[in-house]
Design a protein. Structure first.
Length: 653
């Protein structure tokens, strides 16, 4: 159905008359808006039009919006994807304004939609805006550089300089009648200065041919509206019968038009910049909230670390200095003199020394745990500092009020977060001593009466970073921790368990079971004090378990590689292939069948595994060795380097 301007105005008038009482409040509100617009400088020149659209949108129900969306479908209408994004009437109005179908000078599309859905009261609201808008001045604005698809620009040269909005509306209605086109398809898109005024309309291209054959009556109507010339693209249609002569000031007019278009472009860029500024401001507020959270986390960790440093870390190391080693010599000499004077008190002294031994063991165990806790807390402090340094390479944050810690803490994973701190073992030799009871038949004479024996401290996690691994030292009381050499004082955890008739005290391990009134081992047994399951290592159940578990760590390709490296006969090769868990047992019996030392067996397995160039496999086998044999009493000291593992057996007393 086609609508003309007169028909729509008459319909709006009828609707307004029938619902005059209902629209009195709306008219009063619009009058107040117009008065406010006259008193203050508003944000936009379209304030009154925007208020009218907002009032209309608030009155449209969802069912009515659905009908309006249906009416906008079709050729040159709104597509399905666009219609799905419309959630309320305001969205529909925005899309219509973007498509030049709705503006303060062209609102007939909206009026037709409201009339069709039966909202004559809203048509009256729009008519009231039109009446008030006539009083507003008409500002210059240039048209777009290119028309929409299927449309053409029509430029009307109007003589004089007193053209009003009503004159433009009357000309628009006349153009629609001359083109035989509904008035809502004639868009007012430009108002430019010239020798007089140039008014630009955008109309369907197919209808422009009607203007090229105007009758005298049509020309008279155009002359009555002071139209001199019509420009259809580059083609000129003279209404007064004379050729158009460009004015002398045409260059100035073009410059004005150019400046107006530049202003419009800058306004668009300003809008884009404002949108970007809002987005950046929102992101900045989110980052500020995140920084506050990070600072709170840092402060809490600083408080926790200060508490640990003051309350948990012991005030001294678990052992004293090396100077106290001389106390051992003085103690032995004093004890000998005491036994010479009071031989009957020997058993009482033994009881007291055993009680002292238990107390000292517990005390040293407590001190060692405190020392390990201190190392752990120190490592956590360093790890936190490195994490903060890693984070500050990507973020510039404020410092805390104390100024001692950076103001950010890494919440994302950082490179050293996955470090397994249980992969290395810190081993420290500790001295134990005692005065064993010698055998009554033939007391042996040791080569060194003060020979020290060492034992291994239970495994303690090494809290260091990659590259900082403990290494063996040439001194028995020194080790390296984190690249720095540390001296460990020698402090006894064992006490006297016997006395030697020859008065030659020697030091033994803590695990010695000699008693003053018990039988002791023979001379040959003292030179070979290994447990029974170690003396015949090749048949030992624990060593077989180690080699079986180590064999199962290999995959099929690794097993074949080890078998090919060794020249096995057909029977042993078939046994190794048929029973993968016996691979290392077969290889060892073939090459080292004469050895019975547990060190040789472990070293053989690790060397075979290292030939596969699999460092991770080597570490797994090493950890397996620790788990399987540590509880069995096999004291092995392993020095770990970046390239290989070296098995160093601990000297036996």
């Amino acid at each position: 159905m086609q609508y003309t301007r007169s028909k729509l105005y008459s319909a709006a008038s009828d609707g307004t008359t029938s619902g005059m009482e209902q629209s009195k409040g709306t008219e009063k509100m619009e009058t107040e808006d117009v008065e406010m617009e006259e008193r203050v400088d508003l944000i936009t020149e379209d304030w009154a039009f925007n208020v009218t659209l907002s009032n209309i949108a608030s009155e449209i129900t969802p069912e009515e919006l659905k009908r309006m969306k249906h009416l906008t479908k079709g050729t040159n209408g709104l597509g399905k994807a666009v219609l799905e994004k419309i959630k309320d009437a305001t969205d529909l109005f925005d899309i219509m304004r973007d498509r030049a179908c709705l503006d303060p000078n062209n609102w007939l599309h909206l009026q037709a939609l409201l009339w069709t859905i039966g909202r004559k009261d809203l048509c009256g609201t729009l008519a009231n805006f039109a009446r008030n808008d006539r009083k507003q001045p008409l500002y210059f604005f240039p048209p777009k550089e290119q028309p929409e698809n299927g449309y053409t620009f029509l430029k009307f040269h109007i003589a004089g300089t007193n053209t009003s909005k009503q004159d433009v509306r009357n000309l628009r209605n006349l153009v629609a009648e001359l083109l035989l086109t509904p008035v809502e398809y004639v868009y007012f898109v430009g108002y430019e200065p010239s020798s007089s005024i140039i008014v630009t309309f955008m109309v369907p291209t197919d209808n422009t041919r009607e203007l090229k054959a105007l009758s005298e009556e049509d020309r008279s109507l155009l002359k009555s509206m002071h139209v001199d010339y019509i420009f259809i693209g580059e083609e000129e249609v003279s209404i007064i019968g004379e050729r158009y002569k460009p004015p002398v000031t045409l260059s100035s007019i073009k410059e004005i038009t150019k400046f107006m278009r530049e202003k419009k472009r800058l306004e668009r860029e300003l809008q884009d910049s404002l949108a970007l500024s809002l987005q950046r401001h929102k992101a900045l507020k989110q980052e500020q909230q995140r920084i506050l959270g990070l600072e709170l986390t840092i402060n809490r960790q600083a408080i926790a670390l200060s508490y640990c440093m003051s309350e948990i870390i012991p005030k001294q190391l678990p052992v004293d200095s090396m100077d106290q080693c001389s106390v051992l010599t003085y103690f032995r000499q004093t004890l000998e003199k005491f036994f010479e004077k009071f031989p009957e008190k020997r058993e009482d002294v033994y009881v007291l020394l055993e009680a002292k031994e238990l107390i000292t063991r517990k005390l040293e165990r407590h001190k060692w745990r405190a020392f390990s806790t201190a190392q752990h807390l120190s490592n956590l402090s360093s790890q936190t500092a490195l994490a903060v340094n890693y984070a500050t390479r990507t973020e510039q944050l404020h410092t805390t009020t104390s100024g001692k810690l950076p103001a950010t803490l890494v919440e994302e994973p950082y490179p050293w977060q996955n470090l397994n701190i249980h992969q290395t073992v810190l081993q420290m030799p500790v001295v134990s001593w005692g005065v064993p009871q010698p055998p009554p038949q033939q007391p042996p004479t040791p080569q060194n009466p003060y020979q020290l024996s060492t034992t291994q401290i239970p495994q303690t996690p090494y809290f260091g970073f990659k590259g900082d691994v403990p290494s063996a030292s040439s001194y028995p009381n020194q080790f390296r921790f984190g690249g720095e050499k540390v001296t460990t004082p020698v402090f006894g955890t064992g006490f006297m368990k016997g006395y030697q008739n020859t008065k030659q005290p020697i030091l033994t391990t803590v695990g010695s079971t000699a008693r003053p009134n018990g039988s002791s081992a023979s001379h040959s047994q003292q030179h070979d004090q290994r447990p029974s399951y170690i003396k015949d290592a090749s048949n030992s159940e624990c060593l077989r378990k180690f080699m079986r578990d180590a064999s199962l760590k290999l995959n099929e390709a690794q097993r074949k590689s080890l078998i090919n490296q060794t020249e096995l006969n057909s029977d042993r090769r078939e046994e190794a292939q048929k029973h993968p868990e016996n691979l290392f047992q077969v290889l060892y019996e073939d090459e080292q069948s004469t050895s019975s030392e547990e060190v040789d067996i472990i070293k053989f397995v690790l060397e075979k595994a290292s030939s596969l160039s699999e460092p991770e496999l080597l570490k797994e086998i090493d950890m397996l060795f620790r788990e399987v044999y540590q509880e069995q009493g096999m004291r092995q000291q392993i020095s770990i380097s970046s390239s290989q593992y070296v098995i160093m057996p601990t000297n036996k007393a």
